[in-house]
Design a binder for this molecule. Structure first.
Ligand SMILES: [Ca+2]
Ligand SMILES: [Ca+2]
Ligand SMILES: [Ca+2]
Length: 173
């Protein structure tokens, strides 16, 4: 009988450890979710926003020129009216829509100027006869803005332009 008591104690201890482990996991998951919400907050209102690509969109009669739609989160979820469609025809965006640019093939989000508002990078691997290019659009209090946006072609970034490098096929923020 005397051996049952220590075993029971050991089981209780094991359960307590398991519970503590579970709580720790939950805390980490919650912190991760909060961090990712902040990471994609283009207008800095504390609510996550979303960028969606349509690289085969026809723009200014140019097939597969591509577009990106930014939609903003609200206290009732993502808004279908609070949005901005961004293409190379959008005022302030460097370049022009051309057939097979595929603007929006890849996107990445990060606060690249450390102002607390997420910024958006967009790749167009078909730009300039498939040399490819990447755009950087900054976040602001009114959302993603084309003010101060820049684009970099493959050659500018030092990528050899022989063949079809298709810079911007993939971006990691
Ligand atoms: Ca937001
Ligand atoms: Ca173009
Ligand atoms: Ca920023």
């Amino acid at each position: 009988m005397s051996t049952r008591h220590p075993l029971r104690t050991a089981l209780v201890a094991a359960t307590a450890v398991a519970l503590a482990g579970g709580l720790l996991t939950l805390t980490e998951a919650t912190a991760g979710a909060a961090a990712s919400g902040t990471l994609t907050d283009f207008n800095g209102d504390g609510i996550g926003d979303l960028a969606v690509s349509a690289p085969h969109a026809t723009v200014s009669s140019q097939s597969n020129a591509g577009a990106v739609v930014v939609t903003y989160g609200t206290t009732s979820g993502l808004s279908s009216t609070k949005k901005k469609v961004i293409t190379q025809a959008t005022s302030g965006v460097p370049g022009a829509p051309e057939t097979d640019d595929a603007f929006g093939t890849a996107t990445a989000v990060g606060d690249f100027d450390d102002d607390g508002k997420a910024d958006l990078s967009v790749g167009a691997p078909g730009e300039n006869n498939y040399d490819g290019a990447v755009w950087s659009l900054r976040g602001s209090a009114s959302g993603i803005t084309t003010t101060g946006s820049v684009s970099y072609g493959a050659g500018t970034l030092g990528v050899p332009t022989t063949g079809q490098p298709q810079l911007g096929s993939s971006i990691t923020g």
